[in-house]
Design a protein around this ligand. Structure first.
Ligand code: MN
Length: 287
C-alpha cells in the first residue's frame, strides 16, 4: 500500500500577471527534486473574474528546458507563442507546450470569455525535460477534453486520462519521460484505485470536493496530498462529487539549475539562456 506522506494546505496566493491568482505548491512547499519531473505547480483555485474588455493574463515571457502544462477547470485561456503555435483551451481542456530550446509566449484569459467574466480555475504544471531533450524543438499539443482517454468506472464516475495509462485506457499527450496524469471525476461516496510504480513521484490535488485516501487520510478541497515512494496501490473515496487530479512521474536523477523561466542542469546553461534571450534566439512575439 502506498501511503500519504503529507497533506499540504494551499499557501497564500500570489498573482501571475493580472489574470492568474495562484497558490504555489512546488517549489514553495517542497524542493523541485521532490516531485521531479513536476518541478513547478501553481494552482489557481476558483475565483470570480470581473468582466473586462481587456483580457487579463501575463504578457510576453520566455521559457527553456521544460514543458508548461495548463489544465483549465473553469474559464478559458488563450495562448500564443513565438513558434507560431497557439490556441484557446476551455473547461476540461489541456494545453501541453514544450518550450524545449526556447519560446516566447503570452497567456491570457480568452477575449470573449473576459467580456462576460466568470469563475476561473486552472492548474499549471512545469514538466522537466531530461538533459538529452532540453534543447528539443518547441512543440504545442492542444488536448481537448474529448481527446482524453476515458475509463468508465462501474459505479458511475470515470478516470480521464491526459497522459500515460489508467489500466488499458491511454491518454493522448506525448511526453519525454514516463508520466501518468489523470482527472478522477467521482460521484459522492465513489471509490477509485490506483497502482503506480513506487519510485514515481506522485501527488493528488482535490480540485473539487474532498476525498479520503486509503480509508484514513482526508484530502480537503484545494489541498495537495504528497504520496510516499513506497508501495504502489492506493485508493481514494470521494466525499461528495469530486475531481481529483492525480499526477505521477518517473524521476530522472539529473542536477536541476532553475532560475525564473528557465529550468536547466547547470548554472552555465542558465547564463547561456539569458544570453540567447538577449541575442533574440527565442524568436519574436508581439505584446
Ligand atoms: Mn509561461
Amino acid at each position: 500500500m502506498r501511503q500519504v506522506e503529507q497533506v499540504l494546505s494551499p499557501r497564500p496566493y500570489h498573482w501571475v500577471g493580472d489574470g492568474f491568482k495562484v497558490h504555489n505548491f512546488i517549489p514553495a512547499l517542497m524542493p523541485m527534486e521532490r516531485m521531479n519531473p513536476f518541478v513547478m505547480f501553481d494552482y489557481n483555485a476558483p475565483y470570480k473574474v470581473p468582466a473586462s474588455s481587456t483580457p487579463r493574463g501575463v504578457g510576453v515571457h520566455p521559457h527553456r528546458g521544460f514543458e508548461t502544462v495548463t489544465i483549465a477547470y473553469q474559464g478559458k485561456v488563450q495562448h500564443h507563442d513565438s513558434s507560431g503555435a497557439g490556441g484557446i483551451i476551455g473547461e476540461g481542456d489541456v494545453q501541453w507546450m514544450t518550450a524545449g530550446s526556447g519560446v516566447l509566449h503570452k497567456e491570457y484569459h480568452e477575449k470573449e470569455w473576459s467580456r462576460q467574466g466568470g469563475v476561473f480555475q486552472m492548474v499549471q504544471l512545469w514538466v522537466n525535460l531530461p538533459q538529452a531533450d532540453k534543447m528539443t524543438a518547441p512543440k504545442y499539443q492542444a488536448i481537448t477534453n474529448g481527446d482524453m482517454g476515458r475509463h468508465q468506472l462501474s459505479t458511475g464516475g470515470f478516470i480521464e486520462v491526459i497522459a500515460g495509462k489508467y489500466q488499458e485506457t491511454a491518454g493522448p499527450a506525448s511526453t519525454f519521460s514516463p508520466i501518468q496524469l489523470y482527472n478522477a471525476k467521482l460521484q459522492s461516496q465513489e471509490k477509485a484505485s490506483f497502482s503506480l510504480p513506487a519510485n514515481y513521484n506522485t501527488a493528488l490535488l482535490a480540485v473539487k470536493g474532498s476525498a479520503i485516501i486509503n480509508e484514513k487520510d482526508e484530502l480537503p478541497v484545494n489541498h495537495l496530498a504528497l504520496m510516499e515512494n513506497q508501495g504502489e496501490k492506493f485508493n481514494i473515496k470521494a466525499q461528495e462529487d469530486s475531481i481529483i487530479l492525480v499526477m505521477s512521474g518517473e524521476p530522472f536523477h539529473e542536477p536541476i539549475a532553475a532560475h525564473g523561466p528557465f529550468v536547466m542542469n547547470t548554472r552555465e546553461e542558465i547564463m547561456e539562456a539569458f544570453e540567447d534571450l538577449r541575442a533574440g534566439k527565442f524568436g519574436y512575439l508581439e505584446d
